[in-house]
Ligand binder design. Structure first.
Ligand code: CA
Ligand code: CA
Length: 455
């Protein structure tokens, strides 16, 4: 396209030169001028055509350039599809552009199943599969003892105990003399310990450095997001600093959301519950479980004594038979004294109690009332009438009463809660009569060790 006009011009000039040098036939000067003008016009026309074809070429190159640039622009604007946060979890990062990442976290009590991080790939799809938050099965470790059934809940578990067992993990046998199934160590009845929990909340550990951590920040589309490790939060305007969450302070007011049965100690990034002496912290770390010093042989009772486990402690007891005028008592078993037979016609002797039985019980402070604490039955009644009555001091009469539950049985009822620590003794007397004549008096002495705490 560019070569042909130049070739034409060259041929024309060559023929003219031949004609000019060939002598007389050469045309006049005017003819020559006319020819030159024609050549000029021809050159101008070719120049115009040349420029036009250059312009066309430029246009075509531009078109090619713009069509080549289009797919690139499209790629820049494209994003991966929007991802949702998992149920019971969170998504960190909002960018859906190629090579950007999003992260997934689960709420407390849930564990992440699937990738923690997904990347927007070149093909505009996310790497990996959608992650899910699964409820952590707290029952997996079979925490309920003695055939108790574990019920998995969010961030905790509860035990449905088999008959005859009680306690948070069904670790305690229900005393046989309790007819009520109410748990005597029930943490849910605790209320006075909130003040001690609050007091402990203020005594934080003495390492202030660990209570402050730098935050992790990322800038996505010009917006900076900062996150903290679990147990820390951004407080104040400085988002580069995370401070420890004081869980004890945060929850100590709410009974329903109370963290610890007894005392709460704030720690860097968490908290822990503490128990008074004589208790172990339970598996879930929040409640307190009495240490059975009698079973664990952590007691100093002598051979002659009996070890009685109490909530928070233990007691060593031994029975000494009472000394009553006109009667002589002998121990017939470690917990029972019986009167020697009275001489014939010794009325003073025959009116003294026939026997004394001793029983020891442990109970938590402020145990709710009314409830049956103990039952006394006549095994082989000789007479026609049985009478049951409450003996003992003022304290016993304030908290207890004796009722008949059937013809042969009397029961000791707790009628008002006892604030511990306390030791309360109550005596139930059973009299056997035949035609209003007393045949025998049987005394049952019940000693109750009431703990300082409601657990
Ligand atoms: Ca903390
Ligand atoms: Ca104990």
């Amino acid at each position: 396209m560019l070569v042909s006009p130049v070739l034409v011009v060259f041929t024309f000039v060559c023929s003219c030169t031949f004609q000019a040098t060939s002598g007389q036939d050469c045309r006049s000067r005017q003819d020559l001028q006319g020819s030159l003008k024609q050549i000029q016009n021809l050159l101008s026309a070719h120049e115009a055509a040349y420029l036009q074809s250059l312009r066309n070429l430029k246009k075509k190159i531009n078109l090619l350039q713009s069509s080549a640039a289009k797919p690139t622009t499209k790629a820049i604007n494209s994003t991966c599809p929007k991802l949702d946060a998992p149920i019971n979890g969170r998504k960190l990062g909002r960018s859906q552009c190629v090579s950007h990442e999003v992260h997934f976290l689960c709420d407390p009590g849930y564990e992440l199943v699937g990738p923690e991080t997904r990347i927007c790939q070149e093909g505009l799809t996310w790497s990996g599969q959608q992650a899910k938050c699964r409820d952590i099965n707290e029952c997996a470790s079979s925490p309920c003892q003695n055939s108790g059934t574990c019920v998995d809940e969010v961030d905790q578990f509860s035990c449905v105990c088999a008959k005859g067992w009680t306690g948070e993990t069904c670790q305690n046998p229900v005393p046989t003399f309790f007819t009520s199934t109410t748990n005597t160590s029930s943490p849910s009845t605790a209320s006075s310990s909130s003040s001690s929990a609050a007091a402990a909340a203020t005594s934080t550990a003495a390492t202030p450095g660990a209570f402050v951590r730098p935050s992790r920040c990322s800038t996505v589309q010009g917006t900076t997001h900062c996150t903290c490790e679990p147990g820390y939060t951004i407080s104040g305007r400085d988002s580069s600093v995370c401070t420890d969450v004081d869980e004890c302070e945060l929850f100590h007011n709410g009974q329903a959301a109370k963290l610890c049965l007894h005392a709460c100690v704030n720690t860097a990034g968490g908290y822990r519950c503490t128990c008074p002496a004589g208790y172990n912290t339970t598996r879930d770390g929040r409640s307190c479980k009495d240490i059975d010093e009698c079973a664990a042989r952590q007691n100093n009772c002598t051979k002659d004594q009996m070890c009685i486990n109490t909530y928070g402690s233990f007691q060593c007891v031994s029975v000494t038979c009472p000394k009553i005028p006109n009667a002589a008592y002998v121990k017939t078993s470690p917990m029972r004294c019986e009167r020697n037979p009275c001489p014939v016609d010794n009325k003073a002797c025959s009116q003294t109690p026939t026997s004394f039985s001793y029983h020891y019980m442990s109970m938590v402070s402020n145990l709710s009332a009314p409830r049956v604490m103990f039952r006394v039955s006549a095994l082989r009644p000789m007479g026609d009438t049985l009478r049951f009555s409450l003996l003992g001091g003022k304290l016993a009469r304030r908290h207890f009463t004796v009722q008949r539950s059937d013809r042969l049985t009397g029961q000791l009822m707790l009628v008002s809660p006892i604030q511990g620590p306390a030791t309360v003794e109550a005596e139930v007397e059973m009299s056997e009569l035949e035609r209003r004549v007393q045949l025998g008096r049987y005394i049952t002495k019940i000693t109750m060790f009431v703990s300082q705490y409601e657990f």
